[in-house]
Design a protein around this ligand. Structure first.
Ligand code: NAP
Length: 457
């Protein structure tokens, strides 16, 4: 059974029988048929669907947002903002896709040579629960704009969100089968990747699952984009605006109850300002209001699963045992639901558990360093390379240091965030390929060279 459970109350919301092999085959056949027609549908018509999807998302915001909050525990205001962002992404691609898909004339010896962007086919999207709408829809907009179809295998704890998204496409008048949600477990993914009706895979989730999917897609020689885990550094140099940094730092760590791949996870602070930063950071963290995520004013909801809360707690305990100072929190909240106290660990060194591993929840790790060079060394001392934040008022130095940081994105004096206009992705064990922007759309196209003779000799 696939169970929808409210992590704030432990109540079972719904149970679904997983799709049978026959149902999966039927849906894949439908997706393949729909995509063939879609690929030949004029771009303007395709983009009109994207605009309708954006409209339906906005109209349905107050149905969709509570569903996400109920299934995975994020504060309702954050779920509402997530739905809005999905709509923005669909509008962005509706406006930008004609430019992104325009032929690129490349001078050569031919009378005409150009690159054209053809769709690949049906893309399998294997997605996580942490932004149950955004993760899916940030991939879906460019995938569909380019003329592909999409089959979603969503995380097993958000089946209602998966079905709600299928319904959004239905209400927007999408061709039957263009966007299909499969209710299946992770064990079915390998078979889906091998299926000849699947042309490519986009995966967002943990690094171990990404490794496994990469191996399967590699075996099947299918294009893949992998958006995996992260342990983003948040570097505060001595010349930074420390108060502004602390304010953004708290949001960067605790939004989405700390369950974001690009959440700041390691705060690397130059010794000269470490006490000031720590004080300001703790002061603001104390103001977080933990509780029922459906209630207005709650700023930290439940974690998505009890097992994840247990994992985070084990990381916190191990780090304290290794010598870190616990400044606040450090315990699950008593009572029902997967709540965890906002936690701050100080005097952490790079070899301690919370600095080495991804901490996917509301626990901040503070590391003190002597200077900017050490800050960059510590920032890079991780297998991950997703986002990074750098705080300094010396922008020349910021530009130089940002080239030394091993990450898919460096945000100077700001919050690391995904934005439809900017490519998003990682290096090292955070994955490869890019989503969003023009690159995100080109990932799932056949960039075809068309050469027309006779050659000019
Ligand atoms: P997860 O356990 O890897 O699950 C993600 C998806 O993959 C789910 O649909 C899951 O299905 C499926 N899955 C799990 N193991 C699989 C396997 N061996 N083979 C095929 N599919 C498999 O990740 P999560 O706990 O949901 O999400 C948290 C992780 O995602 C964190 O590491 C976070 O950093 C990362 N993340 C990365 C980004 C990014 O853009 N880089 C964004 C968000 C999250 P079931 O639910 O059925 O198990």
């Amino acid at each position: 059974m696939i169970t929808s459970l409210n992590p704030a109350t432990d109540a079972v919301l719904a149970r679904y029988t997983p799709h049978s092999g026959e149902q999966v085959a039927q849906r894949l056949a439908q997706a393949a048929r729909a995509q063939k027609t879609w690929a030949r549908t004029p771009l303007a018509e395709r983009l009109a669907l994207l605009r309708r999807v954006a409209r339906v998302l906005r109209e349905a915001r107050d149905e969709l947002a509570p569903l996400a909050t109920l299934e995975m525990g994020k504060p309702l205001a954050e779920a509402q903002a997530e739905v809005e962002k999905c709509a923005w992404n669909f509008e962005f691609y509706a406006d930008a896709a004609p430019g992104f898909l325009q032929d690129q004339v490349v001078p050569s010896g031919a009378s005409d040579s150009r690159l054209v962007y053809d769709p690949l086919g049906v893309v399998l999207a294997v997605m996580p629960w942490n932004y149950p709408y955004w993760q899916v829809m940030r991939a879906a907009a460019p995938v569909l704009a380019a003329g592909n179809g999409l089959v979603l295998k969503h995380a097993s704890n958000v089946p209602q969100c998966a079905l709600a998204l299928e319904d959004v496409f239905r209400r927007a008048g999408a061709p039957e089968g263009l966007f299909v949600a499969l209710l299946v477990g992770a064990g079915e993914v390998a078979g889906l990747i091998q299926d000849p009706r699947i042309a490519a895979v986009t995966f967002t989730g943990s690094t171990p699952a990404g490794r496994s999917i990469a191996a399967q897609a590699g075996q099947a020689l299918k294009k893949q984009v992998l958006e995996l885990g992260g342990s983003d550094p948040f570097i505060v140099l001595a010349d930074a605006d420390v108060e502004a940094a602390a304010k953004v730092a708290v949001k960067a760590r605790f939004q989405n109850t700390g369950q974001s791949c690009i959440a700041a996870k390691r705060f690397i602070v130059e010794q000269a300002v470490a006490s000031r930063f720590t004080e300001a950071f703790c002061e603001l963290t104390r103001q977080l209001v933990v509780g029922d995520p459906m209630v207005a004013g709650i700023t930290q909801g439940a974690m998505a699963k009890r097992s994840l809360r247990d994992e985070l707690h084990a990381q916190v305990l191990a780090t304290v045992k290794e010598g870190a100072r616990l400044l606040m929190g450090g315990r699950p909240v008593d009572g029902p639901g997967a709540f965890y106290q906002p936690t701050v660990l100080d005097q952490v060194s790079p070899d301690m558990t919370a600095a080495r591993e991804e901490t996917f929840g509301p626990a901040a790790t503070l590391l003190r360093v002597a200077d900017a060079d050490e800050a960059v060394r510590v920032a890079n001392g991780t297998p991950f390379g997703l986002g990074a934040a750098l705080w300094t008022t010396d922008l020349d130095r910021a530009r130089r240091l940002s080239r030394e940081i091993e990450a898919g994105a460096v945000f100077v004096n700001g919050l690391v965030a995904s934005d439809p206009r900017l490519p998003f992705g990682g290096v090292k064990e955070s994955g490869y390929g890019r989503e969003l922007g023009a690159l995100g759309l080109h990932e799932f196209t056949n960039i075809k060279t068309v050469w027309t003779g006779p050659a000019r000799v």
